[in-house]
Design a binder for this molecule. Structure first.
Ligand code: C2E
Ligand code: CA
Ligand code: CA
Length: 899
């Protein structure tokens, strides 16, 4: 009902969660770093290698130059020795014996000896060659130089290098050979000056691939031929210096080398080192780079972790914020529903008295939609009137006057004035503004009900006339106001036949009749105070001159006005008015007493054979006293055993045999004597005593039936009269069931007589009740048929087996054609409906004859028998069973009672 903010999360949520994006970025950055480092390391690897190889090559070149110098120095030694030799030989040839023979110059260290040999290898001069010197030590006839190695020490690799040259005479003719023998250390020492690291080596090779010397010394390789290696196979033939890479022949690891041919000698210098050593610096760089990379990765990871943690916190915060907003929205919804469910109008005004909140009930009250109200000034609503007073209330409440509760009258959207209890309170909004909250409780209904109740306390609803209480108050006032010599007349008026109309047409019709009667009374007595005192009774009071005549004239006028037929629906009814009159001061001086006395007179007027207007007199007072006395006597009659049943036979017309009896109540009062049922039964009905008396009648009838049945050995059917007051399903059905069961009465032996007017009373439950009675197996007879207003068609609906034509029609049979026609119609109808017709009150043979002709089934009446005492029933039945009961003859008069 209230506009809701969208949850925060929905407005601010990122498109992608932050963690995956961050991860991807970090990984990409790392990859770039790793790739860059790898590329740069690769480049530096190759650079390092190239540089080291160049260094080695340069070293080899430098050493080759040194070696060439050393070899040249040896050549110089040999040349000197030749020259000395040739000189000494020339001197010898010239006979200069004064000159000393040839002497060799002192030899440098590590030069083991110099030998001059003749063509046959014999020593000409110098130191003799060791005997195991190999043959190739000396150059062949075509050779100019022979370099060999021999005498190698396997452990140290130290050997003897020989440098052989042809010995030429001065003419250049070969006369022998010269050999210089040198310890290989001579060369190795040259190289030892250079530190090449642990794996570094300088090797002197013969151009034919033979290793001549190595520094540092290494076992097993000096003297070995490496002619098959790529260096000798492919590199040296092409380039005098260069680099290469190979597995070391000495310790089998990969090494890099630089080489250089020795100028003028068949020698090659090779400088080598372990590739690992060469790359040591590079490895350091790799380690540093790896370290840096690791560090970078670590810091990147830390950074990424922190960012992602922050992001996660942020999104958790957003989620919490969103959830709390959603909660807020929900509680606003909840609050909205509660406010919506409140039936009382509720509104909130801001400091400018503009609506900031209204509930559904207020919208309904104002007849406007919420959107039309919110933001509008309160004075602009339909209930503009009273705005000034409301403003005062608001101001007082805002000024700290606490809650204010007041009753206000407000015009709603339909323009109706409504009464509200308004509770006005102060409210501080979330922005700190002081607002007004007002809850209105509509008490219009209550107000109206109060007015209505006040009205009902004094007035009668259907007629809108004052009721008895108000009438008595008014009368009291009139009596007080009446001065000396003045008189107040009081009339009690009843509509004696109203009940019939209500029974037949229902209560609504009864109310219509009452209204019409009230109207007639007001018209006929415009100066009188008219009231409806109860049920079918009215009362009037009027000032009079003290003469009976004027009151009598007024009463006659009223009686006349109410005696005409009144139309209800399509039918005319008679109200049967009865009027009793009492007057102040003759008949009493109190309002209540006067009304009571007028009522006593009215009773007498309503009684049989009386005039319909009666003045109060002491004698009519006595009639009422008698009635009250009878009522109190009747209350005790049952306990005292003053009641008994008489039985009047029902006789089958064709056969003249008794088919059953009607039970009729008899009362012999010790005070009042024999009281006829027509007098005491209405009183028993009025007082409600009929219910227990009626139950006793059924029980008593059943008891007799049982006794007769036991005596005769056959069933005897008995009909019992039922008063309308006994038509209470909850009481009647169990009572009947109990009586039947207690006396084991066969179904169909008991019959209930119900008057037509009782059946016709617009009492819906009667159908159900009649069905219930039928389902007990008890028969139903419609009594006094023809006196009520029932349509004959209605009979079809009733589950009755028997119909009793009222005595009034039978009485006139033989003198009155109309009665005959009515009886004929009833008999025909019952034949069609398969109902038994019984004629009541048959007193003459002529009546019986006519009934027989009309086809009536059975009859009851003094003609056959008056109601009999229970004992007489048995003897009558016995006589009939014995076959001596004469049809149509009277039963013994001695047994008849109250005929
Ligand atoms: P009702 O049901 O119509 O009973 C028949 C009345 O007609 C009886 O009067 C009976 O004595 C009388 N009657 C019978 N044959 C003739 C005849 O040939 N001529 C004349 N003139 N009258 C005859 P009773 O016994 O005085 O009863 C009067 C009414 O009292 C009954 O009228 C019935 O409505 C009522 N009543 C009697 N006993 C009971 C009862 O136990 N319960 C109830 N609720 N009402 C009863
Ligand atoms: Ca009857
Ligand atoms: Ca009857």
């Amino acid at each position: 009902m209230f506009p809701l903010n969208k949850p925060f999360s929905a407005r601010h949520a990122p498109a992608l969660p932050p963690q995956p994006r961050l991860c991807i970025a970090a990984i990409a950055l790392l990859a770039v770093m790793v790739l860059g480092t790898a590329l740069s390391l690769t480049a530096s690897y190759h650079d390092t290698l190239r540089q080291e190889q160049n260094n080695l090559r340069n070293l080899a070149t430098a050493f080759s130059a040194q070696t060439a110098s050393a070899a040249y120095a040896l050549d110089r030694l040999l040349d000197n020795a030749r020259e000395d030799y040739l000189e000494s030989t020339a001197r010898a040839a010239s006979g200069d014996s004064q000159r000393p023979a040839m002497r060799l110059p002192p030899l440098p260290r590590d030069v083991l000896g110099i030998s001059l040999l003749d063509q046959d290898g014999h020593l000409l001069a110098g130191s003799p060659l060791p005997p195991d010197m190999p043959a190739n030590t000396v150059p062949g006839p075509d050779d100019t130089l022979a370099i060999t190695i021999s005498g190698i020490d396997a452990a140290s690799g130290r050997g003897i290098l020989t440098l052989g040259r042809p010995l030429l005479d001065d003419s250049g003719k070969r006369i022998g050979a010269m050999v210089a023998r040198i310890d290989s250390v001579y060369f190795v020492n040259l190289y030892a000056q250079v530190a090449l690291g642990d794996g570094g080596s300088i090797t002197l090779m013969h151009a034919d691939g033979t290793m001549l010397a190595r520094g540092p010394a290494a076992a097993g390789v000096v003297g070995r031929s490496f002619a098959g290696t790529p260096l000798f196979q492919s590199q040296l033939p092409v380039s005098a210096f260069g680099t290469f890479e190979a597995i070391s022949p000495t310790h089998g690891v990969r090494r890099i080398y630089g080489y250089s041919k020795v100028r003028s000698y068949p020698l090659v210098m090779i400088a080598g080192m372990d590739k690992e050593d060469a790359l040591a610096f590079w490895h350091e760089r790799v380690a540093i780079a790896a370290g840096l990379l690791g560090l970078a990765t670590l810091s990147l990871c830390v950074m990424a972790w922190r960012i992602s943690r922050d992001a996660a916190r942020r999104s958790a915060l957003i989620e919490r914020l969103g959830a709390s907003e959603a909660r807020l929205a929900r509680s606003a919804d909840y609050l909205g529903s509660i406010l919506g469910a409140i039936a009382s109008p509720v509104y909130v005004l801001n400091s400018q008295r503009r609506f900031v909140l209204v509930n559904d009930a207020y919208c309904r009250f104002a007849g406007k939609r919420r959107e039309e109200l919110l933001g509008r000034l309160e004075q602009e609503t339909p209930d503009a009137h009273g705005a000034g007073e409301r403003e005062q209330t608001y101001a007082r409440v805002l000024a700290g006057g606490g809650d204010m509760v007041d009753e206000t009258e407000v015009v709603d959207s339909a323009g109706q004035m409504r009464t509200f209890i308004s509770t006005t309170s102060r409210l501080i909004s979330d922005t700190g503004e002081a607002q007004i909250v007002c809850v209105r409780t509509d008490i219009s209904e209550r107000k109206m009900a109060e007015v209505r109740l006040a009205y009902l306390a004094d007035f009668d609803l259907p007629t809108e006339l004052p009721n008895q209480a108000r009438f008595l108050r008014t009368l009291d006032a009139e009596i007080h106001a009446a001065g000396g010599g003045e008189c107040v007349g009081v009339m009690a008026l009843s509509l004696e036949r109203l009940q019939e109309i209500i029974d037949l047409m229902g209560h609504a019709a009864g109310d219509t009749v009452l209204r019409q009667a009230a109207q007639l009374l007001r018209q006929a007595a415009p100066d009188a105070s008219v009231a409806r005192t109860m049920g079918n009774q009215f009362a009037l009071s009027i000032r009079c001159d003290g003469e009976r005549g004027s009151l009598a004239a007024l009463a006659a006028r009223l009686h006349g006005a109410l005696s005409d037929a009144v139309a209800v629906g399509q039918r005319d009814f008679y109200l049967g008015p009865a009027i009793g009159i009492a007057s102040f001061p003759d008949d009493g001086s109190a309002a209540g007493e006067l009304l009571r006395r007028a009522d006593v007179a009215r009773h007498r007027a309503a009684g049989e054979g009386q005039d319909a207007v009666q003045f109060f007199s002491e004698s009519s007072h006595l009639v009422l006293d008698e009635r009250l006395a009878m009522e109190s006597q009747l209350r005790q009659a049952l306990q005292r055993g003053e009641l008994r049943l008489a039985y009047q036979p029902k006789v089958d017309i064709p056969s003249g045999r008794i088919t059953g009896f009607e039970a009729l109540l008899r009362w012999t009062s010790p005070v009042l004597g024999e009281v006829p049922p027509t007098r005491f039964i209405p009183i028993a009905e009025a007082s409600g005593a009929i219910v227990s008396i009626g139950a006793w009648v059924v029980a008593e009838a059943c008891r007799h039936m049982r006794a007769w049945q036991d005596s005769l050995g056959r069933q005897v059917k008995v009909a019992v009269n039922l008063s309308p007051r006994q038509f209470q399903r909850d009481a009647l059905i169990p009572m009947l069931r109990q009586c039947l069961a207690a006396n084991s009465i066969a179904p169909g032996s008991l019959e209930l007589e119900i008057t037509e007017s009782t059946v016709m009373a617009s009492h819906e439950d009667i159908d159900v009740l009649l069905q219930d009675i039928r389902s007990l197996g008890v028969d139903i007879a419609i009594d006094d048929f023809g006196t009520g207003y029932s349509s004959l068609a209605y009979l079809k609906r009733l589950p009755a087996q028997c119909l009793k034509i009222d005595r009034a029609f039978i009485r006139d049979l033989g003198h009155d054609e109309e009665s005959l026609a009515i009886v004929r119609t009833i008999v025909n109808l019952c034949q069609g409906l398969k109902m038994t017709v019984v004629a009541e009150g048959v007193e003459t043979p002529r009546q019986l004859e006519l009934l027989r002709e009309l086809g009536c089934h059975a009859y009851q009446g003094f003609l056959f028998s008056r109601p009999l005492e229970a004992e007489a029933v048995l003897s009558l039945l016995r006589a009939q069973d014995a076959g001596d009961a004469p049809a149509g003859s009277s039963a013994p008069e001695a047994n008849a009672i109250n005929g």
